[in-house]
Design a protein around this ligand. Sequence first.
Ligand code: PMV
Length: 325
Amino acid sequence: MQATARAQPNIALIKYWGKRDVARNLPAVGSLSITLADLYTEMDVRFDAALASDKLTVNGTDNITMLPRISRTLDSVAGANRLCARVASRCNFPVAAGLASSASAFAALTVAASSASGKERSIAELASLAGRASGSAARSLYGGFAELSNEANDVSVTTLAAAEDWPLRVVVAITTRAAKPVSSGDAMEISRKTSPFYQRWVDEQEQDLAAARSAVSTRDFSDLASIAEHNCLKMHSVMWASRPPMVYWNAATLNCLQTIRELQAEGVAVFFTVDAGPQVKAVCTAEAEQRVCAALRATDGVEALMQSGLGAGAGLISNQSRTPA
Ligand code: PMV
């Protein structure tokens, strides 16, 4: 009744922002992302008849804030009549600060809980369950370049290119380690209800997806850069125009964008994207990586850098649910 899974965060190049069905956590728009290789969450799930309630530790410390969401996910994966579970999460990067920690956490949780409860499920089924917990988590079941599409009552994810087909690099500039003030789930709802730009954002998403899909299929870095930056700034414009406004950026976020603009002017193959947090993700070619790192490290307000290649989707590390004969 115990299993451990590992999942990597993914970074959306064409973003998910807004829900069409809050109860089922279905996104209002499709999205396209890259799954990372070197940042990860590992999740142990152990169902235990001796427990009276679910328990969660994150990096060795008891955590009650995330527990209700974890319990709901365990219910949907293992069934509401499941045993209580001890869940231990380990993450090698800052959580809840705009680094897609919920994507890797809920992807790993879904894989581990499904295995520990003895259920055989396809990747598509696991992605759908992970997506109920965190919309972006569905994409972390898949490696490389993944596109999430809306179906009538669900989501489906396809791999557009494997990590090794276009081995881009990602440099994350950490501008603060503080947790974000408003969760992305709450912020999306505020945007949907109040931002004058929200409907336009939804209406234009299909054309942004088509442009990114085409750039991925032809491996056209500058086309991908152009549509990814545009889509990112559009999403943040929706947030900034919401009431209350949602501004996740800090001064160092803007400094990093300026650094990336300067690198681009020098012909360096790099572009930025920013999620619901103040960290800047610089996507670049392997040849550009050292220059991108040097420039971001020298940027005012940058606390640390993390580097990663692109990697595979979530997977099981171990399973001890078989009863010995
Ligand atoms: O999956 P959530 O609810 O944490 O939302 C993710 C939202 C963004 O990271 C801003 C965009 C995305 O597509 O990942």
